[in-house]
Structures are given as structure tokens and as C-alpha cells.
Design a protein around this ligand. Structure first.
Ligand SMILES: [Zn+2]
Length: 434
């Protein structure tokens, strides 16, 4: 066993109290061995990470993104979802190559490691490339191929669904167990009912988790209600898509019946406030969902609709938007937001992360507190939600391995990743516009 000690920091515990303690990590199993309050921790370790003057938090969980969309960051903004997808995003995505996805995934992962994120859920194309980027970088991820059937003939549609299932079954446990997978039919409107009814039961039988977009815009809810005479999540439940291993992105336009259904099925919702605001999709009723017992995680969605992958920005947005949605300043408070960005996301993704306690995955980040915008420190949970930013992160650890030490990422060559992403993004746009 080799060990790592995260020494002399203030540690955010699962109940959101903060205590001065050393965190001892077993790097071989990738688990937290002990949290030793000041003075008690006498055990020596093979390696030490200095957390003096810092706050040790669970690694943040970005529970819904399309990581390689970093290549499209800033390419098209300020349009509603349908026009944005059809006029700008889909034409460029049609030109994507496997190498582009690898470059975009490495860029996104670099950004996430630098801003304290240690796990993410990704839905995209060329997913073996994302697996390779996760393996190289040392991060943890739940990955899936986003299957779409609209616009495809029957044979191509079947292939899309089969590809999604094959990826999920073939890559679960990759990267020494840091990769888990899910079957990811893109959404309730971009996959035809017949295909959902054929493949969802197969995924459920094989015990494969299911992730999909749902109730993102008002315009997507009405046709489902018209066609099926029921709310979208009732329709999803009829097909068998709601289970305790399932999680859906957005849930913006959801009603009380749907919240009760989600709670009953123990299906998590991933809230993506920045994307919802930027695309004017609406305000998710996060407080109402949490009040009914729905597990809520946080996601950045793709970089083209955000436009960054920092969970700190997402936390602040979630608190602000949650209050507006509930018309109540006490809604979606700082505690709720930190919980969503850590334990909530980890629970949604079925990972034993998101908490600093013995036996949990050794996924954590250390923030510098010695900064003007974090002074004074009346309430560190408040700071995490309202004042901290990704650039405050000094160290990042995932699965017991140090991914960033003193702001230098250890597993990726930052200059090389940036140069590769710039070059590939420029060539991609050239191809799409020619
Ligand atoms: Zn999405």
C-alpha cells in the first residue's frame, strides 16, 4: 500500500461542518483511509500534499456534459436551442472526427481538473476516444454514446441504438475501474418510440444505467403530451426508462406528478442552470424537486452552451436561478448547492465519491482560502457557492492519485493539449464552412 496525506487543511465533512484535519489516502485502493483531526494524525505517508491555509473539499461532480464540445466553445451563441442546434452545432458536429473528439475531451478534462472536478458524465460520439482521454488524465467518468434516431432510416436507427448498447456493455470498468458506462438515448424526442421500446428493456435487463435529456424546453413537452396523452416523464416511465440507476438531464419543464414519479423511482435529475439560462430554456423547479425527495446533481452541459466547464460557476448559477424559480430567496441555499455538486452528483452517477470520509473514493480538491474574494471566512459553504472560483483550486486528487499539484496538472501536458485543441478546432470549422 502506498499512501498520500493531504495535510494541515480545513476539511469539509459530509455534514458540511469544517474541521482542521489530515486526510490519509490509500493510493493502491484509491480510497480514503482516515480523517484525522489536528494533532491526532501521527501516521506518516509516502507522499504529502500541503493543504495549509486551504479548504479540502470532495472533488466536484459534473454530472452532465458533452466534453468534446469544448472545440465549439464560443463558435455560436445567443440563439434559441432549436436554431442553435440546427444552424450551427449539428453542421459542425457532422464533420467531427475521432481525433477531434479526443482533442476536445482532453481540453475539457484539463479544464475540469484545474477547477476541482474529479468526475463527470459524458454523452457524445466516438466515445472510445473519451475513454482514452479519461484513462490518460486519471479522472473518473461515466460515459455513453448519445444515440439519435430522428433523421435516420430504420437500419441506421437500429445501428445507433445498438452502438449505444454495445459501448455501454463493452467499456464498463475501463481505465482500472474509473470508467463506468450508461445507455444514452439522446432524448425523448430525438429517439423514436419504437426504438426506445425495443432497446430500453434490453439495457435494463443487462443492468446498464440509462441517461437521457428530458423536459428541457417547453416546445419539447407539448408534442409528447399531444401524442401520448401524458407528461414526458410518465411516457418515459411507461417505456421503463425511470429506475434507481437512471438519471436525466434538465427536467426544466416538469410538474408535481413528474417529481413524485422521479422520487418514487429514485431517478436523479441533473440540473444545468447555465445552459438553461443561456438557451432561455427556462427555470428548473429545483427546490420543489428536492422537497419531494428527488436526487439532484449539477452539470455544465456542453461548453458551447455555457461556455465553461467550471462547477463553481454552476453552483453560483444554481443558487441564483433556484431562488428566482421558487420566487423565494431561501430556496436552493448554499448547503443544498454544495450537496448537489458533490454527493448529489456522485449518487446520481452511482459513484462512492462526493464525500470526505473513510471508505469513500479518494476524490478531492484543495482550494486556497488566502484570497481577497474569500476573506473573511464566516461561512465556507457560503464561499463555495457564492464566492469561490475554479482558479482557487490548488490541488486535485482522483482515485488517490494527484492530478494537479500546486496548480500544475501532472497527467496532461497543458501546452500540448491547448495547441492540439486550437489546431483541431480551426480545421473543424474550416471543413464545416467550406
Ligand atoms: Zn446535454
Amino acid at each position: 500500500m502506498t499512501t498520500l496525506k493531504v495535510a494541515d487543511g480545513r476539511v469539509l465533512r459530509p455534514d458540511h461542518t469544517v474541521e482542521r484535519a489530515d486526510v490519509l489516502v490509500d493510493q493502491t485502493s484509491g480510497e480514503i483511509l482516515s480523517v484525522e483531526p489536528d494533532g491526532e494524525g501521527s501516521a506518516s505517508a509516502d507522499d504529502t500534499l500541503d493543504a495549509e491555509g486551504g479548504l479540502v473539499i470532495p472533488g466536484l461532480v459534473n454530472a452532465h456534459t458533452h466534453v468534446a464540445m469544448t472545440l465549439l466553445r464560443g463558435y455560436a451563441d445567443d440563439k434559441p436551442l432549436d436554431a442553435w442546434l440546427q444552424e450551427d452545432i449539428w453542421p459542425v458536429e457532422a464533420e467531427l472526427t475521432a481525433e477531434d473528439v479526443r482533442a476536445g475531451a482532453r481540453l475539457g478534462i484539463l479544464e475540469m481538473i484545474r477547477s476541482g472536478t474529479t468526475a463527470f458524465a459524458d454523452m457524445y460520439f466516438f466515445m472510445p476516444e473519451v475513454v482514452a482521454a479519461v484513462e490518460e488524465s486519471g479522472m473518473r467518468a461515466l460515459l455513453g454514446y448519445g444515440s439519435i434516431t430522428v433523421g435516420n432510416d430504420d437500419e441506421a436507427a437500429h445501428q445507433e441504438m445498438q452502438d449505444g448498447l454495445d459501448f455501454a456493455e463493452g467499456y464498463d470498468g475501463a481505465a482500472d475501474g474509473r470508467v463506468s458506462t450508461a445507455f444514452m438515448p439522446h432524448s425523448l424526442t430525438t429517439v423514436g418510440e419504437a426504438y426506445l421500446r425495443e432497446y430500453v428493456p434490453e439495457a435494463r435487463e443487462a443492468d446498464v444505467p440509462i441517461h437521457f435529456h428530458a423536459n428541457e424546453t417547453g416546445g419539447e413537452v407539448e408534442p409528447i403530451v399531444d401524442d401520448h396523452g401524458e407528461r414526458p416523464l410518465e411516457y418515459a416511465d411507461d417505456i421503463g426508462m425511470l429506475a434507481d440507476t437512471s438519471f436525466l438531464a434538465h427536467g426544466v419543464h416538469t410538474d408535481r406528478t413528474e417529481h413524485e414519479l422521479l422520487a418514487e423511482r429514485d431517478t436523479a435529475v441533473i440540473h444545468c442552470p447555465a445552459s438553461n439560462m443561456k438557451l432561455a430554456s427556462g427555470m428548473a423547479p429545483v427546490q420543489a424537486m428536492r422537497d419531494r425527495g428527488v436526487t439532484v446533481g449539477l452539470g455544465t452541459d456542453g461548453a458551447a452552451s455555457n461556455n465553461d466547464l467550471s462547477l463553481f460557476d454552476e453552483m453560483r448559477d444554481a443558487a441564483m436561478l433556484g431562488k428566482l424559480a421558487a420566487d423565494d430567496a431561501s430556496a436552493v441555499d448554499a448547503d443544498a448547492v454544495v450537496e448537489m455538486a458533490t454527493q448529489g452528483g456522485a449518487d446520481a452517477l452511482g459513484m462512492a465519491s462526493g464525500r470526505i470520509e473513510p471508505g469513500a473514493n479518494a476524490d478531492l480538491a484543495v482550494l486556497d482560502l488566502d484570497r481577497p474574494h474569500l476573506t473573511p471566512a464566516h461561512d465556507l459553504v457560503s464561499h463555495l457557492t457564492y464566492a469561490a472560483s475554479g482558479s482557487d483550486v490548488r490541488h486535485t486528487v482522483c482515485d488517490g492519485q494527484v492530478l494537479m499539484r500546486d496548480r500544475t496538472v501532472q497527467t496532461l501536458d497543458a501546452d500540448e493539449v491547448l495547441a492540439d485543441a486550437r489546431e483541431r478546432a480551426a480545421a473543424l470549422i474550416d471543413r464545416a464552412e467550406s
